[in-house]
Design a protein around this ligand. Structure first.
Ligand code: M6R
Length: 355
């Protein structure tokens, strides 16, 4: 059942601290300063990685691309449904990773089959034990999120981001930064709990439910968060929402920005990327758009924001997970205010078994 929550989606949002604890269990080796999953321990570091995925899982894959590249492994993400036509050459020793919560998504399965047919080694990153992807791939890494009932993927997305870190670390082994990441991952469930306990999302969205459209922007690892924030929002509120790379605003989307289009800006850390995104926030502010900053407070983005949805200061790899939880709550509370059928949005299915 829903354990007292109004919807499975809200229940699953609240299950995230435990889902992440499960996903990390046995994978953080404090003694040796290693992050590794036994299932993939025998794998050599691949020469390159291609991620195949759809929807929310594709956003996880985009996050994976950045972290694999930081680990020194060339990586690309492909929409599974585009892979047949857009397939890029994979060098010898490359690995194809299907990111699929259900392990049953037809587009992802057929892209994986095509990759295998072309001789690639494949790995399924999935939540469902013995799912088709798990059975058909050469390797499998389970995200251990627990069952997800709501059509909107929430805890499985967070678990995928964590599992991608575990996968990259397992493949390349401990190096500079592994200890910090280990600390960051260990702290993540508690940080996430704090976001759930303290989020002001419900009060903030109340002001904006009647808006014309909702935009989400971010840079770097926060770009997939912006895309995911918008997808979740449109999926359950039926309102027009779009996610953009913050730097792309001025290349077109800015024409849509008005006083009736709130912009959710994800800004974490205080580096060059954060500063550039703040520059983009100033551009939308100048067009009178209400700005909601999702931030750890390290930069001064709140000076340009109408509202702040705060996350704890965290490791740069885990900050996107926390920021995304605020956006899950933004989508949820907006949909609840609008009286939508949150767990079963119109026209959508939990697992999409046709191409
Ligand atoms: O089971 P999968 O991860 O392969 O599902 C892929 C998408 O259909 C899925 O992520 C979908 O976008 C979400 N349910 C949206 O919340």
């Amino acid at each position: 059942g829903k354990s007292g929550y109004d919807h499975f989606m809200l229940k699953e949002i609240h299950e995230q601290p435990n889902a992440l604890r499960q996903g990390l269990s046995g994978r953080l080796d404090e003694l040796h300063g290693r992050i590794a999953a036994a299932e993939v321990a025998e794998l050599d570091p691949p020469s390159a990685v291609h991620f195949l995925a759809c929807g929310t899982s594709y956003h996880a894959a985009l996050y994976g691309v950045e972290l694999f590249r930081q680990a020194g492994i060339p990586a690309q993400a492909f929409l599974a449904s585009e892979y047949a036509t857009g397939r890029a050459p994979l060098p010898d020793g490359g690995l194809v990773v299907g990111v699929t919560q259900s392990g049953e998504t037809a587009d992802t399965l057929s892209a994986l089959r095509e990759a295998r047919g072309a001789g690639a080694e494949t790995l399924a990153l999935t939540n469902v034990v013995e799912s088709t992807a798990a059975r058909e791939c050469d390797h499998v890494l389970y995200i251990h999120s627990g069952p997800e009932i709501g059509v909107a993927a929430t805890k499985t997305f967070s678990s995928q981001l964590v599992a991608l870190n575990v996968l990259a670390e397992s493949l390349v082994g401990p190096r500079v930064g592994t200890r910090d990441l280990l600390d960051g991952l260990r702290a993540l469930p508690d940080h996430l709990q704090r976001v759930l306990d303290e989020s002001r999302a419900e009060a903030v969205v109340d002001e904006y439910v009647d808006s014309d459209a909702f935009f989400f922007v971010g840079r770097g690892s926060n770009f997939p968060v912006a895309l995911e924030g918008a997808l979740k929002f449109k999926e359950i509120t039926y309102e027009h929402a779009e996610g953009f790379a913050a730097g792309e605003l001025k290349h077109g989307p800015l024409a849509l920005v008005t006083g009736e289009t709130p912009v959710f800006a994800v800004v974490t850390g205080d580096d060059e990327r954060a500063r550039k995104t703040i520059g983009n926030v100033k551009e939308v502010e100048a067009r009178d758009a209400p700005v909601v900053a999702v931030t750890d407070g390290r930069s001064d983005v709140e000076r340009y924001a109408d509202h702040v949805l705060e996350i704890p200061e965290a490791h740069p790899r885990t900050a996107p997970v926390l920021a995304n939880v605020q956006l899950q709550l933004v989508a949820y509370h907006t949909a609840a205010r609008l009286g939508r059928e949150i767990d079963k949005p119109r026209n959508l299915a939990k697992s999409v078994t046709v191409e």
